[in-house]
Design a binder for this molecule. Structure first.
Ligand SMILES: Nc1ncnc2c1ncn2[C@@H]1O[C@H](COP(=O)(O)OP(=O)(O)O)[C@@H](O)[C@H]1O
Ligand SMILES: [Mg+2]
Length: 318
């Protein structure tokens, strides 16, 4: 369905060139859910934005391609790109308020989204909009239709964004930290909704989060990203049963500690390395408990250690 091949995104900053994504390769299969996880600043959002060619103007794609149904998105003309955006691939973000217009009712915004892509009358579009509000489980959808975004709770707003994103039955839904701004209960409800919709529409989903707990609920396969690189990539089952990269292991231990509500989180100390001063060897080395001298200078490639299980760590042997 979608294949990202060696995507490399750079920024020019006063501190020098910053590599936000470094040869990122991922595959999103039809009807499947791919989770992308990693701490803040690892390049997850830039990967998502590149898929729709919506990177900030300062960003440069210096290498790689993204194939949607075998066609390179970077080579599409603007007309083609417009049909892909929204119609075939749609996206929801962490903060729905930034994508909703505060002075227009949610009903009007939904209706407009439908009418831009579909040849339907206003009243038909309104009917579909109310159906969609029902579908994302907004109560009293006929009344909510006339409400402004600020009258809705964060969870409701995210549901409206989801309604908008699925209004054209996209092939792929990209959800970048869709529940990060929500409280835990609402978060669970929104994830359940995404799961239901994915199955009903047979969509492919790319779900992105810094929170392994979120990814764990939905993903069929998982890519772990660190400092602009994919460091581990496997089916969810393999990844949880047999995590191999020290970073993945540390994230999973943190998740467990969080679930057990321990307050002294011991595992992941320090911060993601400076993306303008990347070391030659392993980028995780300074924080890694298993590192040795070899990790410093040896370029680490992503290696398939088991069928479909890839790891970027020279200490992980087959
Ligand atoms: N407009 C920009 N100019 C310079 N650097 C940027 C810009 N946007 C993002 N970055 C950098 O790119 C890196 C990856 O960012 P991002 O993809 O947003 O991370 P994530 O979504 O994983 O938190 C970060 O180090 C961030 O500081
Ligand atoms: Mg992000």
């Amino acid at each position: 369905m979608l294949e990202i091949k060696e995507l490399t995104v750079k920024f020019k900053t006063p501190q020098g060139e910053l590599k936000a994504c470094d040869k990122v390769s991922l595959k999103i299969e039809k009807g499947k859910n791919l989770g992308l996880v990693g701490e803040s600043g690892c390049g997850k959002s830039m990967t998502c934005l590149a898929i729709l060619k919506l990177l900030p103007a300062e960003a440069q794609i210096t290498w790689g391609k993204i194939l949607f149904k075998d066609e390179n998105i970077f080579k599409m003309d603007s007309k083609k790109l417009r049909t892909v955006r929204g119609d075939k691939i749609s996206m929801i973000f962490q903060e729905p308020m930034s994508s909703l217009n505060p002075v227009i009712t949610i009903g009007e915004q939904l209706t407009e989204a439908i009418m831009t892509h579909k040849q339907v009358t206003q009243s038909e579009a309104k009917k579909q909009a109310i159906e969609l509000l029902k579908k994302v489980k907004i109560d009293k959808p006929e009344a909510r239709f006339y409400e402004y975004p600020h009258n809705l709770s964060g969870g409701m707003r995210q549901r409206v964004m989801i309604a908008m994103a699925i209004s054209l039955k996209p092939d792929i839904l990209i959800a970048d930290e869709p529940t990060t701004a929500l409280d835990v209960t609402t978060q669970a409800q929104v994830l359940e909704l995404l799961d239901e919709l994915q199955r009903e529409y047979n969509m492919s989903v790319l779900i992105v989060s810094h929170d392994f707990g979120v990814i764990a609920r939905l993903a069929d396969s998982i890519a772990v990203m660190y400092a602009g690189e994919i460091v581990e990539y496997a089916s969810s089952e393999d990844l949880f049963k047999n995590p191999r990269h020290p970073y993945t292991k540390a994230l999973l231990v943190s998740l467990k500690q969080m679930q057990q509500k321990k307050d002294n989180l011991t595992v992941l100390k320090g911060a993601v390395c400076d993306l303008t001063k990347l070391p030659i060897g392993c980028r995780f080395k300074p924080r890694c408990s298993e590192a040795d001298a070899e990790c410093k200078n040896k370029i680490t490639e992503l290696v398939e250690i088991n069928k479909g299980h890839f790891v970027r760590c020279h200490k992980c042997k087959k």
